[in-house]
Ligand binder design. Structure first.
Ligand code: TMP
Ligand code: MG
Length: 236
């Protein structure tokens, strides 16, 4: 049975992912945009509280599992949409899950009096069990649909931190974003080296919104653009 394709846009905070997703969905005849975290569900509400309330305490392993659980909450809907011939555009997904948690390993949790309050909130425990174990990090996502195409937008962290609204949420801190960028690049480059050709890394420094949309659309056209696929849904 032909189905729509699953297309993922990934990137750091405030790289313009959401703007690009909005531009891209208009180019498909039948499409749906799904953003993760999806903050309106039961688990999504907890995640939203974690991201926006610095006093909300949650250990890092639990936070990681909640983000994955949030993806499972939407799984049936995504599979149904694809089988109903919708193109599903995801604004963040599993690679954000891996990269943000992995980046916490580099946050210094020793008592440093120079450290500002914000960096203390990114990881709240010295217990880093499993946080650097990629196999463990990926396990809760196993079985979810694998995107047919992943487009990762990269931008200099100093550029991101100048953007409007930066700093409002838990992970929006320049040093941490640099860690997240390194984690993303490590994870994605390793997968590319292993032969995963569904992942593309795109440096968007100095590009305007329309140029980026056109570039992303060209890459989507390379995998069929508006054309349905007969390939079965792949799994993580
Ligand atoms: P947003 O800014 O795209 O709404 O995402 C909120 C934050 O959640 C962002 O800093 C990235 C982070 N995040 C994770 O840590 N793990 C995940 O699995 C996802 C989807 C997002
Ligand atoms: Mg954000």
């Amino acid at each position: 049975m032909p189905r729509g394709q699953l297309i993922l846009i990934e990137g750091l905070d405030r790289t313009g992912k959401s703007t690009q997703c909005l531009n891209l969905i208009k180019k498909f005849s039948k499409s749906k945009l799904i953003k993760f975290p999806e903050r309106s569900t039961q688990i999504g509400k907890l995640i939203n509280e974690y991201l926006t309330n610095p006093n909300f305490k949650l250990n890092d392993q639990s936070a990681h599992l909640l983000f994955s659980a949030n993806r499972w909450e939407l799984n049936d809907e995504i599979e149904k949409l694809l089988n109903d011939e919708y193109f599903v555009i995801l604004d963040r997904y599993i690679y954000s899950g891996l990269a943000y948690t992995l980046a916490k390993n580099k946050v210094d949790t020793t008592n440093d009096t120079n450290k500002d309050d914000k960096s203390k909130n990114i990881t709240n425990s010295e217990n880093k069990i499993n946080l650097s174990n990629l196999e463990w990090l990926l396990t809760p996502d196993k079985g979810l649909p694998k995107p047919d195409l992943t487009l990762f937008l990269t931008l200099k962290p100093e550029e991101i931190s100048k953007r409007k609204g930066f700093g409002q949420e838990r992970y929006e801190q320049e040093t941490f974003q640099e860690n997240v960028r390194e984690s993303f690049l490590k994870i994605l480059n390793d997968l590319i080296l292993k032969g995963d050709d569904s992942i593309k890394i795109i440096d968007i420094n100095n590009m305007n919104i329309d140029t980026i949309t056109n570039l992303l659309w060209e890459m989507i056209e390379d995998v069929g653009g508006n054309k349905l696929t007969n390939n079965p849904i792949k799994r993580i």
